[in-house]
Design a protein around this ligand. Structure first.
Ligand SMILES: Cc1cc2nc3c(=O)[nH]c(=O)nc-3n(C[C@H](O)[C@H](O)[C@H](O)COP(=O)(O)OP(=O)(O)OC[C@H]3O[C@@H](n4cnc5c(N)ncnc54)[C@H](O)[C@@H]3O)c2cc1C
Length: 456
């Protein structure tokens, strides 16, 4: 079958791109091998944030007394109902994407594993498809590296976690970064005992040290056990349980839990795509090498989303679609480097992040200003009874442009956007400092913080 364009994968870039191309009159084929909507919709952002919401409800219910709310009896979880709610939200999104693609004029949906046969041809089962333009949006999956004993024990990943409808007695999470931390707090709030095992000396080690310490403090206060510096991991079965040898500098040499969740990173789904047959280059970790406009080394083939290693988020994958569509169809010249790094960590309170970290600013050697404010000094946080964390911002002393920020605190996931937008506007920090923000909000203290900066 001949098409004008083939899109591989229905994650966060593929469907929108297929839709744009089809509406522009191109004949499009889109191929999905598993679940429509990909990671975010089925095993990533949407289901985990739905579960974070259940965990938050339980947490607030337990804290009812702090707000003068009386609840008769202990707070108990109905894990089947938690899963059913999550499945409903995620399922609605999945069927929405599938219906959208199947109902699209000029677009044919194929289900099955796509493989390159040449730079212009793909196979899907018995079918052969051909097109001048091919867009790879195959995403990634959890890494399960060889670790002693791992093949002897049952373990969970972010995907298989979506299928469980019971409460693990003791969940041992291997990996103290974004995915592990979100699951850790969530299951602790559901009522599991939780231990987070991390080989680095601190959690979320790409963040600044004060941010890592703040996250640790928040989680430890909820009774999550931490085993940092876990350098020598090995597993073995102990009856019904699993023992993880951690070899940390502190504490017992092993952790015994009922379930193990591996959250130690992700890898791109490029190993079974037949990229060699097309001559598409990947780096040593398997990410498709792309230029600033997301073109691969083979003319006519692009790579979008997590599989190109230029982003690891839903919004970055969607922005990849915007870049490719604008350049191909609107005669624009958009580039990946126009994008400012921004993301959230959805523990509670959340971490909102954009731009450079303080460590990166220090490493750059430039003259900079730093503003910092504890959430105990943010009225909105006090009123809500959620005063953990802090916010900080970094500004270039010469250009006055904002370099980066972190808000670890209630509403930090939303408040970060006024800083991010000022960065996109390339406006000096004084523009934000003079903006009159609404009272009472977390954002209203950002101008105040900007007025109290000190040289870094
Ligand atoms: C637990 C977890 C929580 C997350 N939370 C957030 C969050 O809160 N916010 C955020 O921004 N990001 C979050 N992410 C990351 C986010 O899910 C991903 O960045 C995003 O889904 C990437 O989308 P994508 O378009 O690159 O590909 P994907 O969504 O992974 O989609 C790729 C699709 O391609 C299909 N496919 C792969 N290979 C083939 C093939 N050969 N043939 C046919 N089809 C194929 C796959 O089946 C899949 O459907 C989270 C991730 C995880 C794991």
């Amino acid at each position: 079958m001949r098409y004008d364009a083939i899109v591989i994968g229905t994650g966060q870039a593929g469907p929108s791109l297929a839709s744009r191309l089809a509406k522009a009159g191109r004949r499009v084929a889109i191929i999905e091998r598993k679940l429509f909507g990909g990671t975010c919709v089925n095993t990533g952002c949407i289901p985990t944030k739905a579960m974070v919401a259940s965990a938050h409800a339980a947490h607030i219910a337990r804290r009812g007394g702090d707000f003068g709310v009386k609840i008769g009896g202990p707070i108990e979880m109905d894990m089947r109902a938690v899963k059913a709610r999550k499945d409903e939200i995620s399922g609605r999104s999945r069927t929405g994407v599938e219906k959208w693609m199947r109902g699209l004029e000029n677009c044919t949906v194929y289900t099955g594993q796509a493989r390159f046969v040449s730079a212009r041809e793909m196979s899907v089962g018995e079918e052969r498809l051909e097109a001048e333009l091919i867009f790879i949006n195959v995403g990634g999956r959890a890494v399960t590296p060889p670790m002693p004993g791992l093949d002897q024990i049952p373990y969970l990943t972010n995907s298989s976690m979506m299928g469980i409808d019971f409460l693990p007695r003791h969940l041992v999470i291997i990996g103290g970064s974004y995915v592990g931390l979100e699951f850790g707090q969530m299951y602790r709030r559901f009522g599991s005992e939780v231990t987070i095992v991390e080989k680095a000396p601190r959690l979320a080690s790409r963040e600044d040290e004060d941010v890592s310490a703040g996250i640790k403090d928040i989680l430890e206060k909820e009774g999550i056990h931490m085993r940092l510096n876990a350098n020598c991991l090995a597993f073995e079965r102990r009856g019904e349980d699993v023992a993880a040898r951690v070899d940390c500098t502190e504490g017992a040499p092993e952790v015994i839990g009922s379930h193990v969740l591996l959250a130690i990173g992700r890898r791109p789904n490029t190993d079974d795509l037949g990229l060699d047959a097309a001559g598409v280059r990947t780096d040593k970790r398997g990410y498709v090498v792309v230029d600033e406009e997301l073109r691969t080394n083979v003319p006519g083939i692009w790579a979008l989303g997590d599989c190109n290693g230029r982003g690891a988020f839903t919004h970055t994958s969607y922005n990849d679609y915007e870049i490719v569509a604008a350049n191909l169809l609107d005669g624009e010249k958009r580039r990946v480097s126009d994008r400012i790094l921004a993301y959230n960590l959805y523990i509670d309170p959340p971490l909102g992040r954009c731009g450079m970290t303080e460590a990166e600013v220090r490493g750059s050697g430039r003259r900079a200003l730093l503003g910092k404010r504890e959430m105990t000094r943010v009225g909105r946080a006090v009123e809500k009874g959620e005063t953990q964390g802090f916010m900080k911002i970094l500004v270039d002393a010469e250009s006055k442009q904002i370099l980066g920020a972190a808000i670890l605190g209630v509403e930090g996931d939303e408040a970060i956007h006024c800083i991010l937008d000022t960065m996109y506007a390339k406006a000096p920090y004084t523009t934000l400092q003079r903006a009159v923000h609404i009272h009472p909000t977390v954002s209203e203290l950002i101008p105040t913080m900007l007025g109290e900066m000190n040289p870094l």
